[in-house]
Design a protein. Structure first.
Length: 139
């Protein structure tokens, strides 16, 4: 990805996101980071979600399709979780690096309830989305 950040809009008023300039996505970089996220967990013995892996793999192959809410929720959970062991893990660092490559705003807190990992909490999403919209306008 060059210096231009990805630009996002909401799909159908829901929580899936549509990348407006997906041609600027560095697919090789995204694939490499996703492979590392899936493979690296020597410091925290919990695997990355198979569901998230599949959602991300499909989206990187075709970034013109909507990015499902479960994909970015499950990614952000690694660096926003209340589990100190998880959010200081190598995987959390790589997940945050990928997040920075995709989005210009980091949520202030976890976007999903731990019991419903892949579903955003609307109020938390709206807070993050407002910041995301502001900063992506400045990119």
């Amino acid at each position: 990805m060059g210096s231009k950040k990805l630009q996002w809009e909401r799909g159908d008023g829901g929580f899936d996101l549509i990348c407006l300039n997906s041609d600027t996505l560095d697919k090789k970089m995204a694939e490499k980071l996703l492979q590392k996220i899936k493979a690296v967990y020597d410091d925290f013995k919990k695997p990355f979600s198979d569901k998230a892996s599949e959602l991300w793999k499909n989206w990187v192959k075709n970034p013109k399709q909507p990015l499902p809410e479960a994909a970015y929720c499950l990614l952000s959970n690694w660096f926003l979780t209340g589990s100190r062991a998880a959010n200081i893990s190598i995987r959390a660092g790589i997940a945050l690096l990928l997040w920075h490559k995709l989005f210009c705003a980091i949520p202030g807190s976890r976007l999903s309830d731990p019991k419903r990992n892949g579903k955003v909490i609307p109020q938390k999403f709206e807070l993050w989305w407002e910041n995301q919209q502001k900063c992506q306008d400045d990119c």
